[in-house]
Design a protein around this ligand. Structure first.
Ligand SMILES: [Zn+2]
Length: 135
């Protein structure tokens, strides 16, 4: 066997190995990319926490976690979820308040278009002339 045949054989081995291993490397890369999307999140921290809880339950059911670790992590995640839900509710309340102020300050909405009487928040019709309030 001459040195050329050995060299060609070695080159073929490297080439074939590269092609055979390529799909495995791509799959691993995709899995890493998916994990990144999950961990950095959709910008919605309560959804992220739910994913984390689901993964935690799965890990516990498959005996990857001890009872103590499971309880500690679960408590921490539930606290995070509660905080996320609370902050979202505060944000919703703030938006509602801004909308209410904006509606009240719209032209013709704070006063009757017919007679100029000032509307209260609950008024749907003018208390003075009965003209409908336009929202
Ligand atoms: Zn009126």
């Amino acid at each position: 066997m001459n040195i050329g045949a050995i060299f060609i054989g070695f080159a073929l081995l490297v080439l074939v190995t590269t092609f055979v291993l390529d799909p495995f490397r791509q799959r691993q890369h995709q899995m890493l990319a998916n994990a990144d999307v999950k961990s950095t999140g959709s910008g919605n921290s309560s959804i992220d926490t739910l994913y984390a809880l689901r993964d935690l339950d799965f890990d516990y059911q498959t005996d990857k976690l001890t009872e103590e670790d499971y309880q500690n992590i679960r408590t921490e995640l539930l606290t995070q979820a509660a905080v996320a839900i609370e902050s979202r509710q505060e944000e919703d309340a703030r938006i509602e308040e801004l909308l209410r102020i904006r509606r009240r300050n719209r032209p013709g909405n704070g006063n009757c278009l017919q007679c100029g009487q000032v509307f209260q928040d609950e008024n749907k019709f003018c208390p003075e002339c009965g003209h409908a309030r336009i929202f």
